[in-house]
Design a binder for this molecule. Structure first.
Ligand SMILES: *[C@@H]1O[C@H](CO)[C@@H](O)[C@H](O)[C@H]1NC(C)=O
Ligand SMILES: *[C@@H]1O[C@H](CO)[C@@H](O)[C@H](O)[C@H]1NC(C)=O
Ligand SMILES: *[C@@H]1O[C@H](CO)[C@@H](O)[C@H](O)[C@H]1NC(C)=O
Ligand SMILES: *[C@@H]1O[C@H](CO)[C@@H](O)[C@H](O)[C@H]1NC(C)=O
Ligand SMILES: *[C@@H]1O[C@H](CO)[C@@H](O)[C@H](O)[C@H]1NC(C)=O
Ligand SMILES: [Ca+2]
Length: 578
C-alpha cells in the first residue's frame, strides 16, 4: 500500500490515520471500511449510513468474461447504503470490489448493466480488480442489486417514478463514480496530490450508462469503454417491434429456419467481399451494396425440432418443431424489409436495423402448437417499453400488434424521445467538454449485432463529429475526434459478444487494458487486438477492413460508398435525431 504521510492533510485525517492496513484481510473489516467511507463534501446531496457497511473476502478466484483476460484474483467486497437528502424513503446500495494493497494501481472502475438492469453483478468488476482497480456497481435505489428498473418505474398506474427514472438515466452512475473515486483514495490513503485514475466499462445498457456520464460529466472518468450502447432510447426500444410489425403488414410470419437459412446464405455470399473466405463478413457494407436476398429463393432449409433458451428482451424460449422447406419470395420480402429498416406510409425512413448477415433476432417468430402456426413476434424490450414506459400500465408486454402500423411506431418513437429526452435518450452530441477534460472513449460495436444495430453507433459518432466539429471538413473533424473518441466496428461479432454464426470473428476482450494504456501511457489504439485470432482488423470508424490479395494480412481502408451505406436520413422525423 501507499505509505501514509502525516504531512498530507486530509479532511478525515484522524480516522484515515487509523487506516494503515498491510493486507487485504485487514482491509476487509467493517471497522476499516467505515473509517474509509467517502463522507467528504463531494457535491452530492446524499448521506451515507455507516451502519449499513458489510464486507466479504474472496480469495484466489478464477474469473473470466468477454471484458478481460482470465485472471486469478483476491478481493474484498464492501457494500454500503446512502440516501438522498430530503427524500423520505430512499435507500441506494453501492458495492465495490477492493483489490489487495499490493495490487492496487491507483485506479477506480465503474461498471454498468444490461437490458433494464443497472448493474451486471461481478461480471465486469472482477476485471477491474485484475487491473488493480477498486470497481463498483450500484443498485440505483431500486431495492436490491437484482431489482430491475421496470419493477420500480411506476408509482402506480399512470404515475411515473421520476426519481428512479433519473437514477437509471444517469444520476446513480454519477453518484457511484463520485463516491467510488473518493472511497478508493481513502481505502489506500492516496495523498491528494497523487492521481487516482478513473475508468468506466459497460456494454448495451451499460454502454448507454457510460455515455450518460461522458455527455454530462466531462471529467467523471479518464477513460471509458462503451460497447454497443443502448442509446437513442426512444427510437431503439420501439424499433425492437419492427420485425413483428413488418411481418404483420406483409402478412407472412416465416418459420425461424427460413430466416436462419437466408442468414447463412448471406454469410456465404458476402464472406469473400472482404478479401478472405473465413466465415466472417467483415464488410457487411459491401454486402448491403452488392447482395440481393432474392438469390436465396428456392434454396431448401431444414432445422430439427429444438428447445431453445430465450434471449433477454428477444424471442422467448420454447419448443420449435422440425422445419423443412424452401426459401420463399415472401420470406425474402420480410428479410428485405427488415434489413431496409422501418419506412412510414409516406415512404420516409423511420429507423434502421442490423447489418446484412446478422441474425434476424427481432423478426424471429414464435410457434403456436395449438394452431401449428408461426406468429409474428412481440419482443418484450419493445412491447414493455410501449405499455409500461409510454402508456404507464403495469404490464410487461403488448398483448397484440393488431392495428400497430409503422406510422404508429414512428409516433411512439417521437413521444418517447420527447418524454425521456433528458433521462434516457442519451445522445447529446456535443463532446467539446469531454475533449477539453482530456477524457478518452473507446467505443465498440459488433458488426453483426442483432439486438442493437451497429449503424446506431455510427450515427452517434457522426452526430458528434458534425456537432462538435461542425466547422471542420469531414477529414479534419474525424482527425479531431481521433484524439479522444474512437469507434471500432468488430467484424462478425454479435451483441457484446462473439457470434456463433461467424465464430472466427471473435471479440476483443482486452479493451479495458487498451483504454488504460491510452490514458496512462498515451498509446492510442489504431486497431483492437482480438484474443490472438487471425481475423480481419478491427478498424476504427470510418475505416473498414480489407484483406490483401494473398489473404495474408488485413488492413484498414476508406471507401466512400461503404461509409455512406451506414448512415440514414431519418426523414420521418421533423427534428434532428442524433
Ligand atoms: C491463494 O494462492 C496463493 C498463491 O498460490 C497461496 O499462497 C494461498 O495460500 C492461496 N490462498 C488461499 C486462501 O487458498
Ligand atoms: C405491478 O404488478 C406487479 C405484479 O402483479 C405487482 O407486484 C406490483 O406491485 C404492481 N405495481 C404497481 C405500481 O401497481
Ligand atoms: C446455419 O449455419 C449453422 C452453422 O453456422 C448451422 O448450424 C445451421 O444448421 C444452419 N442453419 C440452416 C437453416 O441451414
Ligand atoms: C424434407 O421434406 C422433403 C419433402 O417432404 C423430404 O423429401 C425430405 O426427406 C425432408 N428432409 C428431411 C431432412 O426431413
Ligand atoms: C394452447 O391451448 C392451451 C389449452 O387451451 C392454452 O392454455 C394455451 O394458452 C394455448 N397456447 C397458445 C399459444 O395459444
Ligand atoms: Ca471474410
Amino acid at each position: 500500500m501507499r505509505p501514509h504521510s502525516s504531512t498530507q492533510a486530509l479532511s478525515l485525517s484522524s480516522t484515515i490515520a487509523a487506516i494503515q492496513a498491510a493486507s487485504l484481510a485487514e482491509i476487509c473489516t467493517v471497522d476499516y471500511v467505515q473509517a474509509a467511507l467517502p463522507v467528504e463534501d463531494l457535491g452530492l446531496a446524499v448521506t451515507i449510513d455507516p451502519s449499513s457497511v458489510s464486507v466479504a473476502l474472496a480469495t484466489n478466484q478464477t474469473v473470466s468474461s468477454n471484458w478481460f483476460q482470465t485472471a486469478v484474483i483476491s478481493y474484498c467486497t464492501a457494500t454500503f447504503a446512502y440516501s438522498h437528502n430530503g427524500l423520505s424513503s430512499d435507500t441506494v446500495h453501492v458495492s465495490y470490489l477492493i483489490p489487495s494493497p499490493d495490487k492496487f494501481a491507483n485506479r477506480y472502475l465503474s461498471t454498468g448493466g444490461g437490458g433494464l438492469a443497472i448493474n451486471s453483478g461481478t461480471q465486469t468488476t472482477t476485471g477491474g480488480v485484475a487491473v488493480g482497480a477498486v470497481a463498483g456497481i450500484t443498485d440505483g435505489g431500486f431495492g436490491s442489486f437484482n431489482t430491475q428498473f421496470d419493477a420500480v418505474f411506476l408509482e402506480s398506474e399512470g404515475t411515473v417514478n421520476w426519481q428512479a427514472t433519473y437514477m437509471f438515466g444517469y444520476q446513480a452512475h454519477h453518484e457511484l463514480a463520485t463516491l467510488g473515486k473518493q472511497f478508493a483514495r481513502n481505502l489506500f490513503s492516496v495523498p491528494e496530490a497523487e492521481k487516482v485514475y478513473s475508468y468506466y466499462q459497460g456494454c448495451s445498457e451499460g454502454g448507454r450508462e457510460g455515455w450518460s456520464q461522458a455527455q454530462r460529466f466531462a471529467d467523471q472518468f479518464d477513460g471509458l469503454v462503451t460497447g454497443a450502447p443502448a442509446f437513442r432510447y426512444g427510437q431503439l426500444q420501439v424499433n425492437h417491434l419492427s420485425g413483428g410489425v413488418i411481418e404483420t403488414e406483409l402478412g407472412y410470419s416465416p418459420p425461424p429456419c427460413e430466416l436462419e437459412k437466408i442468414r447463412n446464405l448471406t454469410i456465404a455470399a458476402c464472406d469473400g467481399l472482404d478479401g478472405k473466405v473465413d466465415g466472417v463478413v467483415a464488410r457487411s457494407d459491401l454486402c448491403k451494396l452488392q447482395f440481393d436476398y432474392k438469390d436465396t429463393i428456392g434454396e431448401s432449409y431444414y432445422c430439427a425440432a429444438a428447445t431453445r433458451g430465450g434471449f433477454p428482451g428477444g424471442p422467448p424460449g420454447g419448443t420449435t418443431p422440425e422445419q423443412n422447406g424452401t426459401v420463399t419470395p415472401k420470406g425474402v420480402a420480410v428479410a428485405k424489409a427488415f434489413t431496409a429498416g422501418l419506412k412510414d406510409s409516406k415512404g420516409r425512413q423511420v429507423y434502421f436495423n442490423p447489418q446484412p448477415a446478422s441474425t434476424f433476432t427481432d423478426a424471429e417468430t414464435t410457434y403456436n402448437a395449438n394452431t401449428s402456426s408461426w406468429l409474428a413476434p412481440i419482443t418484450s424490450l419493445g412491447g414493455e417499453w410501449v405499455v409500461r414506459f409510454l402508456q404507464l400500465k403495469n404490464k410487461s408486454n403488448l398483448d397484440t400488434l393488431a392495428g400497430v402500423t409503422v406510422d404508429q411506431l414512428r409516433d411512439w418513437m417521437e413521444f418517447g424521445m420527447q418524454k425521456y429526452y433528458d433521462s434516457l435518450q442519451t445522445t447529446w452530441p456535443d463532446l467539446a467538454p469531454l475533449q477539453a477534460a482530456g477524457t478518452k472513449v473507446l467505443h465498440l460495436h459488433g458488426e453483426a449485432d442483432s439486438s442493437i444495430p451497429a449503424a446506431s453507433s455510427v450515427r452517434y459518432y457522426e452526430a458528434v463529429r458534425q456537432t462538435t466539429f461542425g466547422d471542420l471538413s469531414y477529414n479534419a473533424g474525424t482527425k479531431a475526434l481521433d484524439d479522444f473518441y474512437r469507434l471500432f466496428i468488430v467484424p462478425g461479432a454479435e451483441h457484446c459478444a462473439a457470434n456463433t454464426a461467424q465464430p472466427n470473428g471473435g471479440w476483443p476482450i482486452t479493451t479495458l487494458q487498451t483504454v488504460i494504456d491510452w490514458v496512462e501511457k498515451g498509446v492510442a489504439p489504431d486497431t483492437l487486438a482480438n484474443n490472438g485470432k487471425a481475423i480481419s482488423s478491427i478498424c476504427r470508424w470510418p475505416l473498414r477492413p480489407l484483406w490483401s490479395g494473398d489473404g495474408a494480412s488485413s488492413k484498414c481502408v476508406f471507401d466512400q460508398k461503404s461509409a455512406d451505406s451506414w448512415t440514414y436520413k431519418l426523414d420521418a422525423f421533423n427534428f434532428p435525431v442524433y
